[in-house]
Design a protein around this ligand. Structure first.
Ligand SMILES: Cc1cc2nc3c(=O)[nH]c(=O)nc-3n(C[C@H](O)[C@H](O)[C@H](O)COP(=O)(O)OP(=O)(O)OC[C@H]3O[C@@H](n4cnc5c(N)ncnc54)[C@H](O)[C@@H]3O)c2cc1C
Length: 697
């Protein structure tokens, strides 16, 4: 019998004719293999790889495989509704982004480099946007908690609460998926038929939801720069889409198993999995996705992040392969969804590889050279000397690869400092031959700015207090190569932002960062060189250049996010291309040791022309180690013992602001939440925008 030529009705006839063999099949697999094998093959030839069937006469049997009972028309309709809703939300976000960027651009053009009356920009000119910002966009879900983790105990945190706007999006998404999954023909007489319909619906939606799940997980998700939405937010959406996929996959599998059990008992489930490639790989996908769900639970994920990430990728590949084979063997129309996911993934991987290779390897310069220096307060300054100029923007971060320390992993770090400088160390004769480089700064500092700039000093035990060197962030160690770095910033305007040297500050935690710190700290020189690569830049969607008053809050190592902005705004100020006329950097640190992390860069910033007119720095030392560690200065660098109160600072600055105000924060969750709350208090009083950078996914 040539099964290829059989139609659907003929197949049904054939099933009845071989009823005998189906009944015999209960007795042993040999019989199954002889009788039902015909159907299995025939169906497979028709594009339905259903394996062998134990009992063709059971009323559940027709609904345990294929499209019997499945409402494909409704499945397509709901898929289209989901896609339309997705594009509608994208369109709304894009419109909001255009308004925001357009408004910022106009404000920038009108207020750039001028010292004029900016009262128009200080105020809100409608009640609508301030309310939207206060109640929706900047609002935490309830009162204040957003980025502060919910702790089960001192060691176990179970994640953060999404913001109010994100919650609304997520509730809509979850509710619509639940509604579409359950919009079935409940009135059908046969319950098996309803179960089959549910199987079809949940399977279709699971396959469809895989597309955003994959797209949102990509570091180079094109929607991120287009909509100005951070990776952090997409990561949140990724997690929820993935949960929906897992839930729908489980429903799909259980519906199939339920009808299969009704048809031929548990033996039928086992037999189908053993004899149908489609079912077998479908089960592989279900298991892979379920395992991913379990391993991605917050505490597990954070405790073993690297292991989680690698296992997650392998399981995602396995799951995708499983769905692909499952759909292809069953000749189902959802296969293009899976192809799209794979296309996104591969395209992004190739793009990433290309960028890593392009910027970090060259025939002329070899590979990116990395200098690691141990700093006080358990951190390292890690400087990447790139092979090719690389475009930098303030507020962005990179993924750093240090194979000698951690072979495969890459970790995200904000760029603390970026500049264009020669790859080889600057030696004396080079300085003479290249007079464009100014002389090393140590001497220049003293002569250039004697008595002109404020400094703050700490009675840091590690370094004895020398005679006061004016204009420095802290006492400058002579011989420090960083201090001898030429001051030739060439990133005055964003378009000229090609840099070859990128510095990060990595605070030691327990994994790669700890190994790095321990290695550097154990060496007598406190530093070593290795090779590595960076990938990026990512993020940095918000430019602060259009605000006349800018407040940057940093908590601990969050300073890395702010230093780049401060320097960039100062350079723009010198060039007359920023609106910023008042910049306040507020940094909260446990003790003054942490100031060393950015001392060399702050020294440069403090020496910048016009700095005293624009920039003020407030340092809050929360746990001073002894009296006298915190010396309060009256100049534009002020130190305070104790915690900073963002509300007091923002209220005061609001009263004294010039034009529009932009506030950014990067620091521990509770600190960021306090700044967010303080901004929300003022958002209806005057024009104020809020940007947050979180250091966790
Ligand atoms: C956008 C962004 C910018 C950041 N900038 C800085 C910075 O400038 N300076 C700084 O010190 N830290 C920064 N971090 C945090 C930094 O990425 C982690 O501290 C670092 O990855 C920890 O590495 P580890 O192996 O020592 O971690 P572990 O001690 O093993 O884990 C500590 C925590 O770090 C996170 N983590 C670990 N590995 C990764 C990874 N591969 N990718 C993402 N997160 C991971 C996990 O949440 C984990 O719970 C930033 C994080 C983000 C998301």
């Amino acid at each position: 019998m040539d099964a290829r030529n059989l139609g659907h009705t003929q197949l049904r006839h054939l099933r009845h004719h071989t009823l005998h063999s189906a009944i015999l099949s209960h007795a042993g697999h040999d019989h199954i293999a002889r009788g039902d094998h015909i159907f299995a093959r025939a169906e497979a030839e028709q594009g339905h790889d259903i394996g062998m069937v134990l009992n063709w006469t059971a009323s559940a049997t027709p609904y345990s495989h294929g499209l019997e009972g499945v409402n494909q028309g409704a499945n397509y309709t709901y898929s289209k509704v989901i896609l339309t809703s997705f594009f509608a939300i994208l369109a709304i976000t894009a419109v909001y982004r255009c308004i925001q960027v357009g408004n910022a651009h106009i404000r920038h053009l009108f207020t750039m480099g001028k010292w004029e009356d900016q009262r128009y920009w200080m105020l809100n000119h409608s009640h609508f946007w301030p309310r939207i910002k206060k109640q929706l966009i900047y609002a935490p879900l309830f009162r204040q908690r957003h980025n502060r983790e919910i702790q089960l105990s001192n060691a176990v945190a179970i994640g953060t609460l999404p913001s109010r706007y994100h919650t609304i999006l997520l509730v809509l998404y979850l509710a619509s998926n639940a509604a579409y999954t359950l919009a079935l023909s409940w009135g059908r007489g046969e319950s098996f038929s309803v179960v089959a319909e549910l199987r079809g619906r949940s399977g279709t939606l699971a396959a469809l939801n895989l597309i955003p799940t994959f797209l949102f997980a990509l570091r180079n998700n094109p929607l991120s720069p287009l909509l100005g939405v951070s990776y952090d937010t997409f990561n949140l959406l990724h997690r929820y889409c993935a949960r929906v996929v897992v839930l729908e996959t489980l429903i799909h599998t259980l519906c199939w198993a339920s009808n299969a059990i009704q048809s031929g008992g548990q033996a039928q489930v086992r037999l189908s999995l053993a004899t149908s490639t489609s079912y077998c790989w479908g089960m592989v996908a279900t298991c892979a996705f379920s395992l991913m769900f379990i391993l991605a639970i917050g505490p597990l994920r954070h405790a073993f992040y690297e292991v989680f990430l690698n296992v997650h990728r392998v399981l995602a590949m396995l799951g995708l392969a499983g769905v692909w084979v499952h759909l292809e063997r069953a000749n189902l129309p959802q296969l293009p969804f899976i192809k799209l996911c794979l296309a996104f993934w591969l395209a992004e991987l190739v793009w990433r590889m290309f960028r890593i290779a392009y910027y970090n390897f060259s025939r002329k310069h070899g590979v990116t050279k990395v200098t690691v220096e141990a700093l006080p307060a358990e951190a390292c300054r890690v400087t990447f000397d790139l092979c090719r100029p690389w475009v930098w923007k303030p507020g962005c971060h990179v993924h750093a690869y240090l194979p000698a320390i951690a072979l495969w992993s890459s970790h995200p770090f904000s760029i603390a400092w970026a500049e264009n400088r020669p790859r080889e160390p600057i030696v004396e004769f080079e300085l003479q031959e290249k007079p464009t480089f100014p002389p090393p700064p140590t001497k220049a500092i003293d002569s250039q700015s004697k008595g002109s700039s404020p400094s703050f000093r700490s009675n840091n035990n590690r370094e004895p207090q020398g005679p006061r060197r004016t204009s420095t962030w802290r006492t400058t160690k002579s011989g420090d190569p960083e201090a001898q770095r030429p001051q030739c910033p060439n990133i005055a305007i964003p378009r000229d932002a090609a840099v070859t040297s990128v510095s990060l500050v990595m605070r030691a935690r327990t994994g790669m960062t700890r190994k790095l710190y321990d290695k550097a700290a154990a060496l007598p020189s406190g530093k070593f060189t290795t090779w590595g690569a960076i990938e990026g830049p990512y993020g940095g969607h918000e430019s602060m250049s259009s605000y006349s008053t800018v407040i940057l809050f940093a908590g601990g190592v969050g300073i890395t996010h702010c230093v780049g902005y401060v320097r960039h705004l100062m350079l723009q100020h010198q060039a007359g291309v920023t609106s910023a006329q008042k910049i306040l950097l507020v940094w909260s640190v446990p003790n003054t040791e942490a100031l060393e992390w950015v001392r060399v860069w702050m020294d440069q910033i403090l020496r910048m022309e016009g700095r005293r007119d624009v920039l003020r720095i407030q340092l809050f030392v929360t746990k001073p180690r002894h009296r006298g560690e915190v010396i309060s200065n009256t100049g534009s660098v002020q130190m305070f013992p104790g915690r900073c109160n963002p509300q007091t600072i923002i209220q005061k600055e609001m009263q004294e602001r010039i034009g529009a105000m932009g506030v950014t924060v990067c620091g521990p969750g509770a600190f960021a939440d306090a700044v967010r709350a303080a901004v929300r208090e003022e958002v209806e009083i005057g024009m104020i925008d809020f940007v947050e950078e979180a250091f966790t996914y």
